[in-house]
Design a protein around this ligand. Structure first.
Ligand code: FES
Length: 390
C-alpha cells in the first residue's frame, strides 16, 4: 500500500492553528480553581479500584493446619470483609515486626481466586534452614492473630496470549503453592489451560497437598500431576531430579510452556536443563524462592551507610546477607514486595561501594544498572557501601 505524504503546506497550517490556541488555553488554566469539583473518593470507579486493589489488607488467621512435618497452611480472612482478587500464581507480602527487625516476606497464595471472593486466602509456610521469618511464623503465629499484608502481586501467571496451551509446571519445596492455586483455578474454570505438574520432593512424606492434587487430577482432564522422589524409590513415582529428559517424557508433541517454582538451588540446575529443550524464551517462567548468592562473600562484614530522607546512619552488613536483610535487621523501613529482584519496589541508589547481584536475579532496567541503582533484596555487599533509599 502506498502512503501519501501530507502536503507540507497543510502540515504547517495545522501547526500554526495549534500554536494559536496556546494563549487561550493557558488563560483557562490560570483562571481554573485549585480545588476539585468533587472529592476523588466520591467517584465510583475509585471506590471499585480501591476495593479490588487495596494498598494494605489486615488479615486474620482463621485456621492453622499441618501439611507435612515442616510445612503449615494458614487460612486468612480480611478484616474488611473481602480479600482482594488475584490471579493464580500471585503472592501476598506479609510484614512482621520481629524484635527490632521489620521484615516483609512474599508468600504465594495456595488458595484459588474464587475463594478470595468468599473472603479467604491460604498461604503455606515451610521451615527453611536459617529461615528467620518462616521459623517465626511457624512457631508463633496462631489462630486469631492479625497479619498485615499488601495486595496480591506477581507475574508468575498464565497469559493465554503469550503462553502455550499446555504448561509443564516444575515444583520443588514450597514452590508447590502457586501450582496448587493454578490447579484449583483450572478446576473452577478461572483459568483455561492444560497443566502437567512435575512435583519433586525428597521422599513421599515430604510431598505436600498430595490428596488435593490427586483429587483435582482425577476429576479434571486438564490437570495431571507426576511425583518425582529424589531420595527414595516407590511404585507410581518417578525417581531422581526433574530435568530435560523428564520434561520431554511428559510434554506434549507441539509447543508448551515451562513454569518453574522452587528454591534458588533448584533454579541453578534447572536453568541449564530447560535450555536443552530449546524453547522460545517467552515460554519459560521462573519464580525463585530465596536469593541466588553465587559470589556473595560469607565470613566478611562491611560498613553500610544509609541515607534515608536526608538522614545518614551507619550499620553493618554481612557479605552473605542481602542489603535488604541488613536494613530490616536494623529496623530501617524499606518498601518491599517480591524479595527476588523482580518488582523494583526496593530500588535504591548505590552511592558508593560494590555489590554482587546474581545474573538470575538482576531484573534492573538497563538505565538503572548503568546509573548505579540496585535492588537491595538481591544485592550482596562486597565492599563497604553507601546507599540512598526512598
Ligand atoms: S522487593 Fe521486589 S525488587 Fe526488591
Amino acid at each position: 500500500m502506498k502512503i501519501k505524504a501530507l502536503p507540507l503546506k497543510n502540515g504547517l497550517k495545522d501547526f500554526a492553528n495549534t500554536v494559536s490556541t496556546i494563549p487561550a488555553r493557558l488563560g483557562d488554566v490560570a483562571k481554573a480553581s485549585d480545588t476539585l469539583p468533587l472529592p476523588t473518593d466520591s467517584f465510583q470507579v475509585n471506590k471499585v479500584a480501591r476495593a479490588l486493589h487495596p494498598k494494605e489488607q489486615p488479615l486474620t488467621v482463621t485456621k492453622v493446619e499441618d501439611v507435612t512435618d515442616d510445612f503449615k497452611r494458614y487460612y486468612l480472612k480480611s478484616e474488611n470483609g473481602r480479600t482482594a482478587y488475584f490471579r493464580a500464581g500471585q503472592y501476598i507480602s506479609i510484614t512482621l515486626k520481629i524484635g527490632e527487625s521489620l521484615c516483609t516476606r512474599a508468600y504465594s497464595l495456595a488458595s484459588s481466586p474464587k475463594e478470595a471472593l468468599k473472603n479467604e486466602y491460604c498461604i503455606a509456610v515451610k521451615r527453611a534452614a536459617g529461615g528467620f521469618v518462616s521459623d517465626y511464623i511457624l512457631d508463633n503465629v496462631k489462630e486469631g492473630d492479625t497479619l498485615t499484608s499488601y495486595a496480591p502481586e506477581g507475574t508468575f501467571v498464565y497469559e493465554p496470549l503469550r503462553d502455550a496451551k499446555t504448561v509443564i509446571g516444575v515444583a520443588g519445596g514450597s514452590g508447590i503453592t502457586p501450582f496448587l492455586s493454578l490447579a484449583k483455578a483450572i478446576d473452577e474454570r478461572s483459568e483455561n489451560l492444560n497443566l502437567i505438574l512435575l512435583y519433586g520432593a525428597r521422599t513421599e512424606k515430604d510431598l505436600a497437598f498430595k490428596k488435593e492434587l490427586d483429587s483435582i487430577a482425577e476429576n479434571n482432564g486438564s490437570f495431571k500431576v507426576v511425583y518425582v522422589l529424589s531420595e527414595s524409590k516407590a511404585k507410581g513415582f518417578e525417581h531422581g531430579f526433574i530435568g530435560a529428559d523428564l520434561i520431554k517424557k511428559y510434554a506434549p508433541k507441539g509447543e508448551y510452556s515451562v513454569f518453574a517454582c522452587g528454591p534458588a538451588a533448584m533454579y541453578k540446575f534447572l536453568k541449564g536443563e530447560i535450555e536443552k529443550l530449546g524453547l522460545k524464551k517467552k515460554y519459560v517462567r521462573f519464580e525463585m524462592q530465596g536469593t541466588a548468592n553465587g559470589e556473595a562473600k560469607s565470613g566478611e562484614t562491611y560498613k553500610m551507610t544509609v541515607i534515608n530522607r536526608g538522614e545518614t546512619s551507619e550499620f553493618t552488613c554481612r557479605g552473605d546477607e542481602t542489603v535488604l536483610t541488613a536494613l530490616e535487621r536494623a529496623g530501617v523501613p524499606v518498601p518491599v514486595r517480591c524479595r527476588s529482584g523482580e518488582c523494583g519496589f526496593c530500588r535504591s541508589k548505590l552511592v558508593s561501594g560494590e555489590v554482587y547481584i546474581d545474573e538470575s536475579a538482576d531484573y534492573r532496567r538497563i538505565a538503572d544498572a548503568r546509573f548505579g541503582y540496585i535492588h537491595p533484596c538481591c544485592s550482596f555487599p562486597v565492599s563497604d557501601i553507601t546507599i540512598k533509599i526512598n
